[in-house]
Write a protein that binds this ligand. Structure first.
Ligand SMILES: [Zn+2]
Length: 430
């Protein structure tokens, strides 16, 4: 599966690489492909496994087929699928062919054993997750097809959080991070204009200086409001119970009471934790003048904004626009996405995933959280109130960094429990 180079490229409409990949899946998992009604939409697959009780609300499992390009220096060629030192190497091992393999392997084993699920089970595997999922052929399109057919799911389980140690600084133990929502994404361009001229006689506050001051003020984290989402509060509480002691246990144990104190701690120690409390703005691209001795008449920086559920796109945009105006900078919206709804961690689907974690990974604490990145699951809010994001793999911090980076790899020993996790769920839904 790793050797199939299913790299998704914006604007590409050549689906033959997915056709080849799907032929491979059929040979690897013949029992489940035989047991399901299989539909292909462009490069994306939709599979329907009929259960004993078609009148019951079905569930949907999903993992995408496409991967991001593999640049940088790799220890093992990115599409080698090399197996060494108890690891499998290559682009897509973690994101997300490992999950796709475990999901289909579990279903294939069960189908081969003659197992029939209690309710209908659907599988979806899209080919455009890495290019926003909405280029006419991905999860966006499939969710609309399902919606038109009137199909609703009791819950949806997509890739997402994984099993990690120390999700927050000082938190002892292992946690299964189950994403219950994701923030929205937007790209903003900030443009500063000036008179230009020769660099030998610079006036004060040239465009780049104003952009610099503006970015420095953004960096102080004071422009966006801080709120404690119930799911994030629950994450802090669970981490405090399972892995903290002393003062931090008290602060994390009462996240609503110590909201501002907690924000200060997260700002200093955990960019991930801090990002769950508010909108973030990251500066990613910039341009000045064309020459080393030329003052720019126009300079710009690009900011990638991840807006929080409580502040939303319009409010977050307004807050940053106001600050930009202070430095005589114009704000342009380049792209605008949307945040997903937040699934309750008390819903049946969450409790089932939680139970599966407890059964298969003893000693691991399941916890809800809000994803700072985006996944295909957000489209499925059209067809389910309960969209969950979790991949049942234990990974290290180094492996976490390898997602979308060089040397992506997965421990072999985490594959079998992942299959057991999916098996448990498929045997208990309904
Ligand atoms: Zn992914």
């Amino acid at each position: 599966m790793i050797r199939c180079e299913t790299v998704s490229v914006m604007g590409q409409t050549d689906y033959t690489k997915y056709t080849k990949f799907q032929e491979l899946l059929k040979t690897l998992f013949p029992a489940i492909f035989g047991a399901c009604k299989v539909e292909i939409f462009h490069g994306s697959i939709l599979m329907h496994w009929a259960g004993e009780h078609p009148e019951k609300t079905p569930v949907l499992f999903m993992n995408h087929q496409d991967v991001v390009p593999a640049s940088g220096e790799w220890e093992h060629a990115p599409f080698s699928g090399d197996i060494t030192d108890d690891k499998i190497w290559g682009r897509g091992t973690l994101d997300d062919k490992g999950g796709l393999w475990a999901m289909l392997r579990a279903a294939d084993e069960l189908a081969a054993e003659g197992f029939v699920p209690d309710c209908d089970i659907w599988f979806e595997s899209a080919c455009a997750e890495e290019i926003n999922g909405n280029h006419g052929e991905g999860a966006d399109e499939i969710s609309q097809i399902l919606e038109k057919r009137g199909i609703r799911f009791a819950f949806v389980l997509d890739e997402g959080g994984m099993i990690v140690t120390e999700p927050l600084p000082g938190a002892k133990g292992s946690y299964a991070m189950i994403g219950v929502g994701e923030k929205g994404t937007a790209d903003l361009r900030f443009v500063a204009k000036g008179r230009g001229g020769h660099a030998s006689t610079p006036p004060k506050d040239t465009p780049l200086v104003r952009l610099g001051k503006f970015m420095a003020e953004c960096d102080e984290n004071k422009i966006f409001t801080v709120e404690m989402n119930p799911a994030v509060a629950e994450m802090f509480r669970r981490v405090s119970t399972a892995g903290m002691d002393g003062m931090m246990k008290r602060v994390l144990g009462k996240p609503d009471v110590y909201k501002l104190l907690l924000e200060g701690v997260m700002n200093r120690t955990s960019p991930e934790g801090a990002a769950m409390l508010r909108t973030t703005l990251a500066f990613t691209m910039a341009q000045g003048s064309e020459g080393h001795n030329v003052l720019p008449q126009e300079a710009w920086v690009l900011g990638n904004m991840r807006f929080s559920h409580h502040q939303g796109f319009e409010d977050s945009l307004e807050a940053v626009r106001k600050l930009a105006e202070k430095y005589d900078i114009e704000t342009e919206v380049i792209t605008q996405g949307f945040p997903s709804p937040v699934t309750s961690y008390k819903c049946l689907g969450f409790r089932m995933v939680e139970q599966a974690v407890k059964e298969i990974f003893p000693g691991v604490t399941p916890s809800p959280y809000i994803m700072n990145g985006a996944s295909d699951a957000r489209f499925m809010s059209r067809v389910s109130d309960n969209c969950l994001r979790f991949a049942p793999f234990a990974i290290s911090k180094e492996q976490m960094r390898s997602i979308h980076g060089p040397n992506e790899n997965l421990d072999l020993e985490t594959l079998a429990p992942a299959v057991d996790f999916y098996r448990w769920l498929m045997m208990h839904v309904g």
